[in-house]
Design a protein around this ligand. Structure first.
Ligand SMILES: Cc1ncc(COP(=O)(O)O)c(C=O)c1O
Length: 354
């Protein structure tokens, strides 16, 4: 099976499992699981925050962040495609009583600064109080540039707003920037989140841990966030077994994301060439270049279902959804720890046979 559905499908490596097995444990609700404490301290130190909090999922660290920043009736500015808005079952509204203000994206994944600024509501009894700006980096596999992240932060500061980054794939962004500039991924990661009030970072996507996400912020923010984690059912007991996988991931799986990015670039190239070699597919399948570990292909309505069935019958798993700007389907291919060159070669043959 060549599983390109998501980087969430990875299974822990033997070394990661051993680290989980060997982890010293305690009760994290009492604050005495040494492995959870080590993971939290390590991540905070790595990314330049005062403190961190371990929770079961990225959906939960995002929701904890939103509920910690915003009171009932506050508003959070988000992107139409941000996970926090579109893919978290409306949690901020349902559980946080927070009003989302979604904004359209530009083709590079950013939201125009003017759009953000003109959306901030004046202090008037008719309006929800705009409290928070949420960013997502990477978003749909795209890297939001550091200068843009800084400009958003400055805008927020001018208006007295708080800032949160959904950095589920922060290290994909950092590694891509480091590859481009020849710099150090950790330094790039720090720059992306410099002066943001909070960050959620997933351990169970490209980093390859089976479970877990971290919420980072100031010590007082994390102290308040703990109450929301408890309320949402995310306070775990001997969670060190899971935290150990996170420590292993941060120690061994950050730099290797460059390999996933190289595989995505190769996959995009392979798909482009395979499609070009099939006259029948001219204009029917459009392949978009990859910036990090995701490749998107737009497939015309005439062939979309047949193409998806063809992939499935040949053990190629992908995700597909309704397209944004064309009739047909958009297919997402994600590279990760558990797909490699053999899978890309397999895809080449599968497309050639379509
Ligand atoms: C950008 C982004 N943020 C947050 C999440 C949520 O993570 P989880 O699946 O751990 O809840 C995801 C999951 O795919 C994601 O892609």
């Amino acid at each position: 099976m060549s599983d390109f559905r998501s980087d969430t499908v990875t299974r822990p490596t033997a070394a990661m499992k051993q680290a989980m097995f060997d982890a010293p444990l305690g009760d994290d609700v009492f604050g005495d699981d040494p492995t959870v404490n080590r993971l939290q301290d390590m991540a905070a130190e790595m990314l330049g925050f005062e403190a961190a909090l371990f929770a079961p999922s990225g959906t939960q660290t995002n929701l904890i962040a939103l509920m910690t920043h915003c009171q009932r009736g506050d508003e959070a500015i988000v992107g139409q495609q941000w996970h926090t808005y579109r893919w978290e079952a409306g949690g901020m509204a349902v559980l946080g009583s927070i009003q989302p203000q979604p904004l359209a994206h530009q083709p590079d994944g950013t939201i125009a600064l003017d759009d953000i600024e003109s959306t901030i509501k004046p202090d008037d009894q008719h309006f929800a109080r705009t409290r928070l700006i949420v960013m997502e980096n990477t978003t749909g596999g795209k890297v939001l540039p550091i200068a843009y992240m800084q400009a958003v932060r400055e805008l927020a500061r001018r208006h007295g707003l708080r800032t949160h980054i959904d950095g589920a794939r922060l290290f994909n962004a950092a590694v891509a920037l480091a590859t481009e500039s020849g710099g150090d991924a950790l330094a790039q990661a720090r720059k992306i989140c410099a002066s943001y009030d909070s960050l959620s970072l997933c351990l169970s996507k490209g980093l390859g841990a089976p479970v877990g996400s971290l919420l980072l912020g100031s010590a007082s923010f994390v102290q308040q966030a703990k109450r929301h984690r408890k309320m949402l059912g995310g306070a775990m007991r001997q969670a060190g077994m899971l935290a150990a996988a996170g420590i292993h991931a941060l120690q061994h799986h950050v730099e290797r994301l460059a390999q996933d990015h190289a595989h995505a670039a190769l996959l995009a190239d392979t798909l482009t060439k395979a499609v070009a070699s099939r006259p029948r597919l001219a204009g029917q399948i459009v392949v978009h270049p990859a910036q990090t570990n995701m490749v998107f292909t737009d497939v015309a309505g005439e062939v979309a279902d047949e193409f998806l069935a063809h992939l499935a019958a040949r053990n190629v798993q992908v995700t597909s959804g309704p397209p944004r700007k064309h009739a047909g389907k958009t297919i997402r291919w994600v590279t990760h720890l558990d797909v490699g060159l053999a899978d890309i070669e397999h895809v080449r043959g599968v497309i050639a046979a379509f």
